[in-house]
Ligand binder design. Structure first.
Ligand SMILES: NC(=O)c1ccc[n+]([C@@H]2O[C@H](COP(=O)([O-])OP(=O)(O)OC[C@H]3O[C@@H](n4cnc5c(N)ncnc54)[C@H](OP(=O)(O)O)[C@@H]3O)[C@@H](O)[C@H]2O)c1
Length: 268
């Protein structure tokens, strides 16, 4: 039976832009109260105003997920506003356009801080609170299709996404007896700020990723958000937004040499 989302609450990191913002809006439309965070206050306020303007409930917390303790501040704020949190979506993240052998130790640690350690801190704190509350819940992490196969120059990024993926798999097994669902989300190329941010942190002038990705493999944040809301209603282990790319992940396991030949020519 589908879960009635009305009156429940959802915490989203990186909720001011892209996939996080689209999910916040779709979730509020579905009746959830939403608490979003990010480092920049302006985009967060824009989303909160949009949700409230449409009759929904939302608050924003300006914080940096890499600061230890920020997950406590975020969950406390959500709880104070809306009561015990039903679901969290660890979505804040960024890329790095760098080959594996040119990635420095520091760059590797920095991207793991945002994409993986912050995801773990939020999911662990939220899970502990859900267990104590005894009413179940739902943890989601925004991994990527690149959690299952790599493309050139995104080694560190894929490593963080694979780590999120396996963390979700393990936590799903552990938390199921407590009625807590855990889902990993695996978007394909999505039209967001992500590629500009990745170019900037990588010291590149611009990214041509969105222009160079075949239209067939492009999707909007709203498409990802819709799939996430479906998963909140009817929890499932993994959210995939492209059947073809999902098949690629299977082929990657069965025929690694063949897939390497196709994937090594991808340049974006
Ligand atoms: N776009 C794609 O093609 C794609 C594909 C697969 C997976 N994903 C994943 O989807 C997630 C969302 O990305 P997006 O595509 O929606 O890009 P985006 O618009 O750049 O969203 C990233 C969000 O994370 C926030 N953020 C980044 N670092 C943060 C930090 N240290 N503390 C708090 N918030 C932080 C950003 O806000 P502030 O800058 O204000 O902090 C921003 O709102 C990421 O995990 C990404 O890896 C994206």
């Amino acid at each position: 039976m589908a879960i009635d989302l009305q009156g429940r609450s959802l915490v989203i990191t990186g909720g001011g832009t892209g996939i996080g913002a689209a999910t916040a809006i779709a979730a509020a439309d579905a009746g959830l109260s939403v608490c979003i965070c990010g480092r920049r206050p302006e985009p967060l306020e824009t989303i909160v105003e949009k949700i409230r303007g449409a009759g929904g409930q939302a608050i924003a917390v300006t914080n940096d997920v890499t600061a230890p303790g920020s997950e406590i501040e975020l969950l406390d704020a959500a709880e104070q506003a809306f009561g015990p949190t039903w679901a969290v979506f660890a979505n804040a993240g960024r890329g790095l356009d760098r080959t594996g052998h040119e990635t420095t130790d520091n760059e590797m640690k920095e991207i793991f801080e945002v994409n993986f350690f912050a995801t773990h801190r939020l999911m662990a704190e939220a899970a502990s609170r859900m267990v104590a509350h005894g009413q179940g819940g739902h943890l989601l992490a925004c991994a990527s299709c690149l959690s299952r196969f790599a493309i050139p120059r995104h080694a560190a990024y894929s490593a963080t996404k694979a780590s999120q993926d396996i963390l979700c798999q393990a936590m799903r097994l552990e938390l199921k007896p407590m009625g807590i669902h855990v889902s990993s989300v695996h978007p394909i190329t999505t039209t967001t700020e992500f590629f500009d941010v990745t170019a900037t942190v990588s010291g590149r002038e611009e990214s041509r990723a969105l222009e160079e990705t075949p239209r067939f493999f492009l999707q909007s944040s709203e498409q990802v958000a819709e799939a996430i809301i479906r998963c909140l209603r009817r929890p499932r282990p993994e959210v995939w937004t492209s059947r073809i790319v999902r098949l690629v992940t299977v082929a990657r396991s069965l025929f690694p040499r063949l897939l390497d030949r196709r994937l090594r020519d991808i340049d974006r």
